[in-house]
Design a binder for this molecule. Structure first.
Ligand code: ACO
Length: 432
């Protein structure tokens, strides 16, 4: 017998179906509520609203659990790599050797970015936001692949495998191009024989006379950073991808919207905000003590960046993994980064502090990811673009779920109107 919730309102009763996910998450289905009662469910920011059913990622914020297609993030971080995890997230299963090989080849074949696209970049001032450039380049892709990006779900799904490979592979090339352009350096073409992360490092750091020499520790750390960002349930940018995709917009247009959502400092831009915070603490000669005291004021502008999470209220499992990887990488490369010392001090102090304990504020994935990227040689203004490369499999898998849902409908929330009630228009010459 299916479970039902009973809502009593104005002396009337409304039975509402109860849904249960495979991991026991429960939800009250309010889809019929407005038609039956005239009421809508109000949930500013959607913090308590399930916007979809999904088979991709399971996240239990209270217990610090994150699994992609059932596989714990700890196991993927330990045994897998970014490309394999991307396949898993997009296609639902770990690839067998033939599938892994074919996927790798598909990515390699699609790594170059069309020459004309350089012109899009060159239209930007070199000091422009790399995320704005990335979003613009991604939104231009449909123009180069009209047969894959028709804004018709049926047709776009037929060409999904190719579009997915283009999106993941080219977003990486675009990020490298943006780096070269903003630093006044000539573009470096991808090489077919290099693995995904080494190819990215080659396009970023090779110069005309000397190819970048891959360093195993650096490739491993980059792989991990990308893998840990590969998907994260219905976060702000992934929900944006789903929302835009629900209008039957093509994959590239939907990802471009996701990149814009990711650019904000409360989301993907947090890794930059963390580094700016650490740098200013360092520049002011503070060891973190003064900053922690100020962060407790409740002012949004003084928050301890890289701490707290909208859903993790215990710990962010990715933060543990990345914190350890950060230590390992810096030791192996022999880097003594004063910002790492400050970060450790902040973490230690905050985890003992009543303010942070009672509000369940713990380090999130961004707290250490910036220090790793800095050690790799990625400048701060490019950090969020690397997050976007990492998150691309999640965007793609979520777009596909929306596009292939036969019962799907356009995302269209409602609101509670709080503005002026009806009034009559006053001509300009009669207004004071
Ligand atoms: N530093 C100090 N105080 C904080 C912080 C912080 N980083 N985060 C939350 N608080 C406080 C709030 O002031 C509030 O206090 P109050 O109850 O006394 O009013 C309480 O904790 C709850 O804060 P909310 O904003 O309601 O928490 P929410 O879960 O909505 O926000 C968010 C989560 C946006 C991530 C927040 O913790 C934050 O701004 N953190 C810093 C930015 C950051 O690191 N973002 C990255 C997120 S991870 C990602 O996108 C990959």
């Amino acid at each position: 017998m299916p479970k039902t919730a009973l809502l009593k309102l104005d002396e009337k009763e409304y039975p509402l179906p109860v849904l249960e996910g495979t991991e026991g998450e429960k939800a009250i289905d309010t889809r019929t509520l407005r038609a039956a009662s005239g009421y809508i469910a109000y949930d500013q920011g959607y913090g308590n609203t399930g916007s979809c059913e999904s088979n991709i990622t399971y996240l239990d914020g209270e217990n610090g659990v994150l699994r992609h297609r059932g596989y714990p993030i700890e196991q993927l971080a330990h045994y897998s790599d970014f490309v394999e995890t991307a396949y898993l997230i997009i296609y639902g299963e770990l690839p067998n050797p033939a599938q892994r090989k074919e996927f790798g080849q598909r990515l390699r074949r699609n790594s170059p970015v069309e020459m004309q696209m350089q012109k899009i970049l060159e239209g930007f001032p070199t000091a422009a936001s790399p995320m704005a450039m990335l979003s613009a380049m991604m939104s231009a892709l449909p123009a180069y692949y009209p047969e894959l990006a028709t804004n018709n779900f049926e047709k776009d799904l037929r060409n999904f495998d190719m579009a997915a490979a283009i999106a993941i592979s080219k977003i990486r090339t675009m990020v490298a191009m943006i780096y070269r352009y903003t630093h006044g350096l000539p573009f470096v073409f991808p090489k077919r024989d290099l693995p995904f992360c080494d190819n990215f490092l080659h396009m970023m750091f090779s110069d005309p006379y000397q190819d970048y020499e891959p360093v195993a520790e650096v490739s491993k750390a980059l792989n991990l950073v990308l893998l840990l960002h590969a998907d994260h349930e219905q976060n702000c940018s992934t929900s944006t991808v789903r929302m835009v995709g629900s209008s039957a917009a093509n994959l590239f247009a939907s990802i471009s919207a996701g990149i814009s959502a990711l650019s904000g400092p409360l989301h993907g831009g947090a890794n930059v905000a963390v580094m700016q915070m650490l740098q200013s603490i360092h520049d002011e000669g503070d060891d973190g003590t003064r900053f922690i005291a100020a962060a407790k004021s409740g002012s949004k502008s003084k928050r301890l960046m890289g701490f707290g999470h909208a859903v993790y209220k215990n710990f962010d499992p990715r933060a543990r993994i990345i914190g350890e990887a950060c230590d390992t990488l810096l030791k192996r490369l022999g880097i003594d980064d004063p910002l790492l010392h400050i970060a450790k001090k902040l973490e230690e102090a905050a985890l003992k502090d009543e303010y942070f304990i009672t509000r369940k504020l713990y380090p999130n994935v961004d707290f250490y990811s910036g220090i790793i990227m800095r050690a790799i040689g990625v400048p701060m203004n490019m950090f969020t673009t690397l997050f976007a490369i990492g998150r691309s499999p999640g965007y793609i898998a979520n777009w596909r779920e929306v596009a292939s849902n036969p019962k799907g409908r356009i995302y269209r929330p409602r609101q509670i109107y709080m503005g002026a009630t009806q009034r009559d228009y006053v001509p300009l010459n009669q207004r004071t």
